[in-house]
Design a protein around this ligand. Sequence first.
Ligand SMILES: [Fe+2]
Length: 410
Amino acid sequence: MATAAMKTSAAKLRTPKPTNALEGVRTRAGENSNFPFDIQSGMPLFPFNNIPSCIKEFNSWQRERNTRLSWTGSEFSSEDYVYTLSEREKQEVIHALDHFKDLGLAGNEVARENFPLPTLMSRLDDLAKDLHHGKGFFSIRGLDPEEFTPEDNVLVFLGISGYIGNKRGKQDDDGYMLAHVRESKLCDAPQHQRPFRDSNLALTFHTDGFADILAMQTRSCAARGGNHVIASSMKICEELAATRPELMQILMSPIWVSESRGFLADNRSRPLLFIENGHVIMNFVRYPFIGLPDAPRAADLPPVSTVQVEALDLVELLAQKHQLVLDMHPGDLTFINNLAILHSREAFEDDTSHTRYLVRLWLKNEELAWTIPPALVSGNEKSFDEELAEKWNIVPQPRLRFKPWQRLDP
Ligand SMILES: [Fe+2]
């Protein structure tokens, strides 16, 4: 019951000043919580009568849950989530790469069927199961990116990740299949005026788009900082249900309209927290709702209420409380269940010989995939369907320009 401390600390997190209240809604004065009420009817906007049953249902459902997904960072050491390849397994990967290249296929055709890993296969299948039915994350270590060309690094990443998820998602409206995450040395905009992907700034906890699985290949690490940080959505939910159930209900209400725009981003009003087919699912971001000091949320979007900001703050706070800073080495392939785990990153500093550079994939394992909540289906399908043509950006390119709202995207 750290509620008072959480409220105090949560208030400190509110970097941008929150907007007043939901349009057409006022706050009932004199109450402990800022429950919004409809101005016309005076009735609560949200189904507060359902809160007890919602929490009761959550608590009762928890008895059946996958308890391995409810974790706090202090439970793990790196041996618990890093699988280090043996010499034989490394050679197997190199042979698989040679085999694929001998087939003369296009690079985007690489898949488990043409990237044979007879020894490693069963281990990768187990790790894919752990991603969906276990603790929700792992890293594979042992490959040296310096030993491969940029093209072969991508093929190795695609080949191994094909055993974790058989479908790859587009990551932006242009159809790009890879995201290159690094502090762009070719961008002359100040760090705080760039999209986060091109900057060295810390990121708050979030999930990536509508992807099932987030996969990252670490090509190289910063001189200082830049670690991945993750937190269990289920653990956060348990504390929300126990301490601030009304905020849990706010997160589960379809009142959240994101700033993000474009084809892949679905900015229809929706919840951020779901209990779907036995899974706690968070589809969570912060800045697309509250903006940044010099990149405010667009005026034509519904404002975000103080109680919504309080809910965003508390999720960040609880994620920090239970976070795990992932051990990170060049060559690591890190996989995260993007529906079950929030992630953030530390700020970092590069020097002339140490630069943080990650290549990112979005994946889906059609056999093991969780049921996507209806409100997220459209965004998920747009990423993984065939409508938008694939584009393959094997090497990073500077962004010549970006739209203001892209700065709010993690
Ligand atoms: Fe991210």
